[in-house]
Design a protein around this ligand. Structure first.
Ligand code: PLP
Length: 378
């Protein structure tokens, strides 16, 4: 089956007992055993496995072309499981000089306390990555593409080559692209991480995360810590995420089309000094994005020519774009990264420009979105 069909059917056979077309929400913590050890289908306790979560995991694995997927209570919980599975005290990791603020905080404020060190490097500069890997033995390279919030694009296939040459694993945070637009495992990444809160859930009504691999050893290690540490989503959250996932392809098509219109409009607007959108031919990562992504995504960032105070004002003046954190939902959102999503990177090498505004372009009517931005910028 192809992507759109897998999104609706993978892991989601009609319920064998009733024929229910939608996998039931198995709102149960435990399962009756037919005699000690006599589990039905292996289910014994819902932290370890739950049929609703399993349906979501099977669907995610099919869409990212992984051998297995592991669902978590949030994207950060997935990242935490990934890093505590792969890294040990004394290990070193390389992270992008432009990454989601929460990911940076996890490295800088949490994992350093457990003896895991990090360096930041601009991953669009493969020579800089190669040098950093030469200078220090490195356990893994963390990539995000496109990045949050500056929409840098990393050549995943080339980066996988550089990481593997140095004996490091490549982890790709695929949250901004979603598996519909980009599949890092096919490009050589060892692990894919997602905040399913975003495009995968798609409706701003559920927080979740996922890890995917196509390596059975890693699968077993993630399964161990998913159960061992237990940051799993409840069955209702798994159901909501799966419900969103069914329409990922059609939503992404509209997100991409609307974002392209928004980026074009902003690129010609006198109040805007710079637009960050991989779909614009002048974007430095445009060619790479055109090769490794199906389309250019629904996220657009821009700098306001009149400076930071004006950028904050613009964020408060939109009516259709809702001022709020997060992204990837059907409704359009606007935010000021320096004071909101990326406040945690202030003073670090990842600090974002204070005149930057980030848009999550939703699937409303594109003309309404353009009208709203025009009035906010005027
Ligand atoms: N990765 C990226 C690129 C994100 O944008 C986010 C959240 O904004 C996360 C990871 C963390 O995910 P969550 O908020 O679901 O914990």
């Amino acid at each position: 089956m192809r992507f759109e069909s897998l999104a609706i059917h993978a892991g989601q056979e009609p319920d064998p007992l009733t024929g229910a077309v939608v996998p039931p929400i198995y709102q149960t913590s435990t399962y009756k055993q037919d005699g000690v050890g006599g589990t039905r289908g292996g289910y014994e306790y819902s932290r370890t496995a739950n049929p609703t979560r399993k349906a979501l995991e099977e669907c995610l694995a099919a869409l990212e072309t992984g051998t297995a997927a592991f669902a978590f209570a949030s994207g950060m919980a997935a990242e935490d499981c990934l890093l505590r599975t792969l890294c040990r005290p004394g290990d070193h990791v390389l992270i992008p000089a432009d990454a989601y603020g929460g990911t940076f905080r996890l490295f800088a404020k949490v994992l350093t306390n457990w003896g895991i060190s990090y360096d930041t490097v601009p991953q669009t500069d493969l020579e800089a990555v190669r040098d950093a890997l030469k200078n220090r033995e490195t356990k893994l390279v963390w990539a995000e593409t496109p990045t949050n919030p500056l929409l840098s694009v990393v050549d995943l296939e080339a980066l996988a080559g550089v990481a593997h040459e140095a004996g490091a694993l490549l982890v790709a945070d695929n949250t901004f692209a979603s598996p519909y637009l980009q599949r890092p495992l096919e490009l050589g990444a060892d692990v894919v991480a997602h905040s399913t809160t975003k495009y995968i859930g798609g409706h701003s009504d559920v927080v979740g995360g996922a890890l995917l691999t196509n390596d059975e050893e890693l699968d077993a290690a993630f399964a161990f810590l998913q159960n061992g540490a237990g940051a799993v989503p409840g069955p209702f959250d798994a159901y909501l995420t799966m419900r969103g996932l069914k329409t990922l392809a059609v939503r992404m098509d509209r997100h991409c089309a609307n974002a392209a219109r928004v980026a074009d409009m902003l690129a010609g607007h006198p109040a805007v000094s710079r637009v960050f959108y991989p779909g614009l031919p002048e974007h430095p990562g445009h060619k790479t994005a055109a090769t490794q992504m199906r389309a250019f995504g629904g996220m657009v960032s821009f700098r306001v020519a009149a400076g930071a105070a004006r950028a904050v004002e613009v964020c408060g003046r939109t009516r259709l774009f809702t001022l709020g954190e997060s992204l990837g939902g059907v409704e359009s959102l606007i935010e000021h990264p320096a004071r909101m999503t990326h406040a945690s990177v202030t003073g670090s090498p990842l600090e974002v420009p204070a005149d930057l505004v980030r848009l999550s372009v939703g699937i409303e009517d594109a003309d309404d979105l353009l009208d709203d931005l025009s009035q906010a910028l005027s």
